[in-house]
Ligand binder design. Structure first.
Ligand SMILES: [Zn+2]
Length: 377
């Protein structure tokens, strides 16, 4: 026994697209973080993750492992039914999503819940909230007040907060004086009035994150922090979770559990942080499945320093049900392979396998976010 049969608490994932891809290129774009058409057209066919995905999906649909055949097979099934079947087959037992992700062309939480065979909880995506509030705010102090009020109001409803500051201005969060904040607000609101609504102002992002962390501490809410690889436009140097040390060392933030998302390639750094700080955990979503066979090595490395009670798996899947299905299956497969390696090295016995698998796939998430099935919200 090992990971097989253990349900996945998918604590980091996104909603599904209302309009599903119907051309090979549109479908393929979901399997890379690159937006370069040369990558999508010329190289993705040689991505081992994508080649394996086509082989697995061909078997699932009972068709040749080719894009056209898979697109035809998936289009034959009503979308709600396909989603339900793939989630059931993937053994996903609970899900957390942030409805802020490309909200215009994705199902909202209520519609998503209607399609899923498992409970789905909500996370609050901080940067999307700030972007919504900027045009209606009168100045920096007003923005900060509105933002704090909305985070407080959400605290009773959501399972945690989530930040992508690593992908906007980096994790080297600093203190900013009032004059810099006022100037940054004016620039940002002017840009928003001209249609540039993507918030990328370091003074505003840094200070709003700290404001949100104060509220998370008050309400004992977990906070997911994207680290490592992810959005195509990030500066990977500034996505190193070691930058977060001031937040981890800040005594008022001790009631927060920080969950470092993705972690790759900073798996060792994340494992060190989870090793030393009681309130830091790490996740290997997106690493599974995008890093293909290397996800096994990431799990082996994480479990080197981080206790098994601090490492989580998830899909970080988005838009199409196939990504959930593939990522959940690959997570169990990579975990089993990692446990075999660890066992051969003499650091876990066959009797530990299921307990460790249960920790990474389910129990650690329940300990952090609560049991969705018990008090669904
Ligand atoms: Zn993510």
């Amino acid at each position: 026994m090992g990971a097989a049969g253990v349900p996945l608490f998918d604590h980091h994932a996104h909603s599904l697209r209302r309009v599903q891809p119907d051309t090979p290129e549109a479908f393929r774009a979901h399997f890379t973080e690159s937006d370069a058409s040369e990558i999508v057209r010329g190289h993705l066919g040689w991505s081992l993750f994508y080649r394996r995905a086509l082989a697995d999906l061909g078997r699932y649909f009972g068709c040749p492992p080719a894009e056209d055949a898979i697109l035809t097979a998936r289009a034959r099934r009503p979308f709600g039914e396909l989603t339900r079947a793939m989630f059931e087959d993937a053994g996903i037992g609970a899900l957390l999503v942030d409805p802020g992700f490309r909200a215009a062309d994705h199902y909202d939480l209520a519609a998503l819940r209607g399609m899923l065979p498992c409970p789905a909880g909500e996370l609050l995506r901080l940067e999307v909230l700030a972007e919504r509030l900027i045009p209606e705010s009168d100045g920096w102090p007003d923005l900060r007040e509105r933002f704090a009020a909305e985070v407080r109001a959400a605290a009773g409803r959501v399972r945690g907060l989530k930040t992508i500051i690593a992908y906007r201005t980096g994790l080297d969060v600093r203190n900013w004086d009032a004059a810099s904040l006022a100037a940054a607000f004016r620039q940002t609101r002017d840009a928003a009035a001209r249609g540039r609504t993507r918030l990328a102002s370091k003074p505003l992002l840094d200070t709003l994150l700290w404001t949100a962390l104060d509220i998370a501490a008050e309400h004992r809410l977990p906070v997911q922090v994207h680290t490592g690889f992810g959005d195509r436009d990030l500066d990977l140097r500034l996505a190193n979770p070691l930058w977060l040390r001031p937040a981890f060392e800040h005594p008022p933030f001790r009631p927060i559990t920080f969950v470092l998302l993705h972690s790759y390639p900073y798996v060792r750094e994340a494992a060190w942080l989870a090793h030393v700080y009681p309130h830091v955990a790490m996740d290997l979503s997106l690493t599974v499945p995008f890093a293909a066979h290397a996800a096994t090595d990431a799990i082996v490395e994480a479990l080197g320093l981080a206790p098994a009670s601090k490492v989580l798996l998830a899909t970080d899947a988005f838009s199409i049900p196939e990504l959930f299905w593939l990522a959940a299956r690959h997570a169990r497969e990579a975990l089993d392979a990692a446990l075999s390696i660890i066992e051969r090295r003499g650091f876990a016995g066959p009797e530990d396998r299921e307990a460790i698998a249960r920790r990474l796939l389910w129990d650690n998430a329940v300990a952090i976010y609560g049991d969705l099935a018990k008090n669904a919200r």
